[in-house]
Design a protein around this ligand. Structure first.
Ligand SMILES: NC(=O)c1ccc[n+]([C@@H]2O[C@H](COP(=O)([O-])OP(=O)(O)OC[C@H]3O[C@@H](n4cnc5c(N)ncnc54)[C@H](OP(=O)(O)O)[C@@H]3O)[C@@H](O)[C@H]2O)c1
Length: 333
């Protein structure tokens, strides 16, 4: 059998992650013990939070240690099995790490039917952490109601594009913020956002005033920084800000830019609340029972943006921070 490759964290990045921050290693495949399975990893989820995991920063998970396999969610096929619940041919999803192959006891993995999906990587997007983030962020933290005005940033990204569609399906008025005319056109024409703001070519504060004349009920924040500040100025009474992510700050080498306009929260009696999707994973069934039918009816879609090859992992990761990805960024292993 040929060696399997795995990608290890070699150095903590300064600014954007570089190829040299990772090291590829080769290992001979290990034999299976009773109760173990061998997973051939097919696709890896590329997530903005990876930049945080690569640093020494405190977050909801400990930093990836230098020399460790890079943390990553992934999907793959069972290619050899001594485990009764995972016969050969089963597709599984879980924290595979950035590697070609994994031998494990199956704990923490979930079997799924890849043939039932338009693309197997939908198990990482709509039917994975991406979909659950959008759903629980909107429902639990955002408490969205029909007729409300929902603003979402990074709206052509994985989570953002899902939020746009879910909010629209809940009967909200959706104002989407994305970078560039192609992304804005997709979000409006294909995903059904009512208004779009191209933050790279338009003044966000001015466009928010035009598109949200009565204010904003819910802001689903994926980016932080200046866009968050602009939104803070236009809150409606009892508005909710869903702090999902702050990608504009993840590569900052100095102190991250915080919101200057936070006092608006007082006069608007508004709430700004962070959340992490891992706290909701045990409720995935309940969430999918609600939004699964939307996907089946064509009212919830996902665009998969593939980069081929484990060697291109760092490049795929950089695409998130430079806005090159369109929809859910994955690496096809
Ligand atoms: N809280 C949680 O549990 C949880 C779970 C998953 C993800 N998240 C967060 O959700 C956010 C979106 O994640 P994702 O996986 O869906 O990634 P994504 O949106 O698919 O990709 C990131 C996008 O962010 C935009 N972006 C990059 N730099 C930016 C900047 N300086 N200002 C404004 N926009 C910028 C880019 O779009 P443009 O081309 O439009 O700029 C890029 O395509 C991230 O902040 C992530 O950390 C949180």
């Amino acid at each position: 059998m040929t060696d399997r490759r795995s990608l290890h964290l070699f150095a903590r990045p300064e600014g954007l992650p570089k190829d040299e921050d990772f090291e590829m290693r080769h290992e001979a495949p290990a034999p299976l013990a009773d109760g173990q399975l061998r997973i051939a990893v097919r696709w890896l989820s590329i997530d903005p939070a990876m930049r945080v995991w690569m640093s020494e920063q405190k977050s909801y998970w400990p930093p990836v240690g230098l020399g460790e396999v890079m943390r990553s969610a992934g999907i793959g096929e069972v290619v050899e099995s001594r485990h009764p619940r995972y016969p050969v041919g089963t597709w599984v999803s879980g924290m595979t790490g950035a590697r070609e192959e994994l031998v494990c006891d199956g704990k923490g993995f979930r079997a799924f039917d890849a043939r039932a999906l338009p693309h197997p990587a939908w198990a990482l997007s709509v039917f994975g952490a991406t979909g659950l983030t959008a759903y629980f962020g909107l429902k639990e933290i955002g408490q969205v109601k029909p007729g409300e005005t929902v603003v979402v940033s990074a709206a052509a990204g994985a989570v953002g594009s899902t939020v746009v569609q879910m909010a629209r399906n809940y009967g909200c008025r959706v104002v989407a913020i994305a970078g560039g005319p192609d992304k804005c056109a997709w979000v409006k024409d294909e995903l059904g956002a009512h208004e779009v703001i191209d933050y790279k070519h338009e003044k966000v504060a001015k466009r928010l005033a035009e598109t949200c004349p009565d204010g904003i009920d819910v802001y689903f924040d994926n980016v932080g920084g200046e866009i968050l500040d602009a939104v803070l100025r236009r809150l409606k009474l009892r508005a909710r800000i869903v702090l999902c992510g702050g990608i504009s700050q993840y590569n900052a080498t100095g102190v991250p830019v915080g919101p200057a306009n936070y006092l608006s929260l007082i006069s608007a009696r508004a709430r700004m609340e962070g959340f992490v999707v891992i706290d909701y994973l045990d409720r995935a069934g309940e969430a999918i029972a609600e939004f699964g039918p939307w996907a089946a009816a064509g009212k919830l879609t996902s665009r998969i943006d593939e980069v081929a090859g484990l060697d291109h992992f760092a490049e795929a990761l950089r695409r998130l921070y430079t806005g090159q990805n369109f929809g859910k960024q994955v690496v096809k292993v």
